[in-house]
Design a protein around this ligand. Structure first.
Ligand code: 5GP
Length: 174
C-alpha cells in the first residue's frame, strides 16, 4: 500500500497562506461582485477555507472536469458537469487545486469565455511551473511545488488522502 512519504507543506503553513490569499482577493475585488468557481473534486477543501477568508459577498459555483491521458498526445480534458449561464457578465475567480501541465486550466478558460463572463482570473493552491506544457496565467498562487506527486488537502492518489490536512509527497512504487 502506498503511504505519503513526507510532509511538504504543513497544515499551519497552508492555513496562514490561505488567509493571506483571502485578504489579497478581498482587496482586489472590493466593491465588485465575485463568483468563486470551484473545480471539483480536488479544490474542495481549499475552496471552503478560501471562501471563509474572503470578506466579500460571494456567489458559489462549481464544475467538474475529467482528463484523459495518452502517451502520444497531450491530455484531453472534458467538462463533466457545471458551468452555469449565471457566469455571463460576472467577475469569475477559478479556484483550482494544482496547475501542472496547464492543459486543464487552458481548456477551462476557453470554455468559460464561451459563457461571456466580465473577467476570469485564476487562484490555485499549488503550482508546478517546471511541468508546464502550455502557457497559462495564474493570478493567485498558494505555493510553488517541485516536480513530485503530491496528495492531501483535497488532492488524491486513486481517491485516497484527500482528507489529510497537509500536503505530502507520494513516492510511486517500483
Ligand atoms: P494539468 O492539466 O495542469 O496537467 O493537471 C491538472 C490536474 O492534474 C489537477 O487538477 C490534478 O487533478 C492533477 N494533478 C496534477 N499534478 C498532481 C499531483 O501532484 N497530485 C495530484 N493528486 N493531482 C495532480
Amino acid at each position: 500500500m502506498l503511504e505519503p512519504q513526507s510532509i511538504l507543506i504543513s497544515e499551519s503553513d497552508i492555513q496562514q497562506r490561505v488567509r493571506e490569499l483571502g485578504a489579497q482577493i478581498s482587496d482586489d475585488y472590493a466593491d465588485r461582485e465575485l463568483v468563486l468557481l470551484g473545480v471539483l473534486r480536488g479544490a474542495v477543501l481549499f475552496y471552503a477555507d478560501l471562501a471563509r477568508a474572503i470578506s466579500l459577498p460571494l456567489r458559489f459555483e462549481f464544475l467538474q472536469l475529467a482528463s484523459y491521458y495518452d502517451d502520444t498526445k497531450p491530455s484531453q480534458v472534458q467538462l463533466i458537469r457545471g458551468g452555469s449561464d449565471y457566469l455571463a457578465g460576472r467577475h469569475v475567480l477559478i479556484v483550482e487545486d494544482i496547475v501542472d501541465t496547464g492543459h486543464t486550466l487552458k481548456f477551462l478558460i476557453g470554455h468559460l469565455h464561451l459563457l461571456n463572463p466580465k473577467t476570469v482570473k485564476v487562484c490555485t493552491l499549488l503550482d508546478k511551473p517546471s511541468r508546464r506544457e502550455t502557457a497559462v496565467s495564474v493570478d493567485y498562487c498558494g505555493f510553488e511545488v517541485p516536480d513530485a506527486f503530491v496528495v492531501g488537502y483535497g488532492l488524491d492518489y486513486a481517491q485516497k488522502y484527500r482528507n489529510l490536512p497537509y500536503i505530502a509527497v507520494v513516492e510511486p512504487e517500483h
